[in-house]
Design a protein around this ligand. Structure first.
Ligand code: ZN
Length: 190
């Protein structure tokens, strides 16, 4: 269990268990014609000046993972949680970097405090992680490599974070992609 400390693997707080994914409903065609209020509040946002520095911390986490995925959660300009992929270490296929970071966060402070925080992740969140991010009320997600790019390296469920967010009418989350993407992808070649 040696490398667990740096990745927060000791933190086994249960995650939300309620709702199954409904992301498939996010296809624009399905929702076309619905009232405006039925659409999600997800919006694509350009990078901010601080994004690269925080993404580098997420990439540092990724370099520690069983697979090269890592995440940090930032609130008030400070890193308050971090995680890397521990799928093999924990024998837990759900231990993606984002999930481990969320568990790290809720183990240390009330989950409500994640509201409005920013989650930086080396890879675009998969549908499972993006759903968890939405359930937690994260205000903004910033990713490096897109699912489309990651799929050329490792198997992916081909459903973008935007589509998951668009399928959640209550979600108010900003999404920024492509920050240090080439560096995130290069971790698969080391
Ligand atoms: Zn994931």
């Amino acid at each position: 269990m040696g490398n667990e400390i740096s990745c927060g693997a000791k933190l086994m707080a249960p995650i939300g268990r309620r709702e199954a994914l409904c992301a498939a409903l996010g296809a624009a065609g399905i929702l076309a014609g619905r009232p405006r209020a039925a659409f999600a509040e997800a919006r694509v946002m350009p990078p901010l000046p601080q994004d690269e520095a925080f993404m580098r911390l997420a990439l540092e986490e990724a370099a520690k993972g069983d697979f090269p995925f890592g995440a940090v959660i930032v609130r008030g300009g400070e890193v308050v949680a971090r995680g890397c992929n521990l799928g093999k270490t924990n024998s837990d296929p759900t231990a993606h970097g984002e999930m481990v970071a969320i568990r790290d966060f809720v183990a240390k402070q009330p989950a409500s405090e994640v509201s409005g925080a920013t989650l930086y992740t080396s890879g675009e969140p998969c549908p499972m992680c993006m759903s968890a991010i939405i359930w937690c009320g994260v205000g903004r997600v910033v990713f490096a490599a897109s699912i489309e790019a990651l799929a050329r390296k490792i198997g992916q469920i081909m459903l973008t974070s935007r589509r998951v967010a668009d399928a959640a009418p209550f979600a108010r989350i900003a999404i920024t992609g492509g920050v240090l993407a080439s560096e995130a992808l290069a971790l698969f070649d080391t």
